[in-house]
Design a protein around this ligand. Sequence first.
Ligand code: SF4
Length: 305
Amino acid sequence: MSTGIEWTDETWNPVVGCTRVSPGCQHCYAERMAKRLSKNPSTPQYAGTVDDNGRWTGQVNLVESALLKPLSWRKPRMVFVNSMSDLFHESVPDEYIDKVFAVMAQAHHHTYQVLTKRPERITEWAAGAHLRMTRCFRNFHDYTESVGPWPLPNVWLGTSAENQATLDERLPHLLATPAAVRFLSLEPLLGPIDVRGRLDGIDWVIVGGESGPGAQPMHPDWVRSIRDACVEAEVAFFFKQWGEWLPQSVANSERAARYAAWDAARDAAMVNQYKKQTRLLFDVLNGRVDIVKRAQRKLATPDAK
Ligand code: SF4
């Protein structure tokens, strides 16, 4: 499915359904989406994942029909894995994670971004994964070649953290896992996070505010301090969005831009209105001319009815 997520091209959901693990899950976008999708007959894979109040039930569905999708995408893409779940959720069996990685090894013309709030599970899963994956890879469609280098060069592993406590808990697990690229998603950023001196082994940091009803504001200083730490450590930094709240200065400049856009739209509308009125006037005049002409014709030919 193509996506509105700014830092990827495509989402791939071989698993759907989840459970909240920390405050960053409070306004889970996937949960809101799943509420809608679970009622849609064309997306039966979401059945049972959310309750009547739109909350995750904890049921996680393995979507085998989506497993081989990346093999059908011919053009190389940046693929976000499991935007509607967490691949390392406790209900996803190791063997299924092996299969997902085997597909990523096989469809290696794509780059995959795997983001989890459960990096402690990656560490457990990764032990012996190469051997299991090789077996899995060979079973998959009778492939006999090797799974290739490990960690897979086309797979980025990342963890999310919303405050200092979740970063302190999750970062060591991510760093302990072999990965071609490691990234941190500090979104929704719900408090200050000090990452200075802790980015060794991290390649990319994403920051963003919280969205959705009841979202909490993100202080610009929290963002600045992370950005500065990234610059110092020469780590790529991506500011994704402010979320539901904007600093006054940004709001003012956005408002000014919006007013300018409104002015332009109003001018365009006035020009259109003027054109319409002019056209109307012309029609009326033409009509009158026509009436006059017909009347004149009638006078000139008294027998005409
Ligand atoms: S881990 Fe991700 S998908 Fe699962 S509840 Fe939290 S935010 Fe939602």
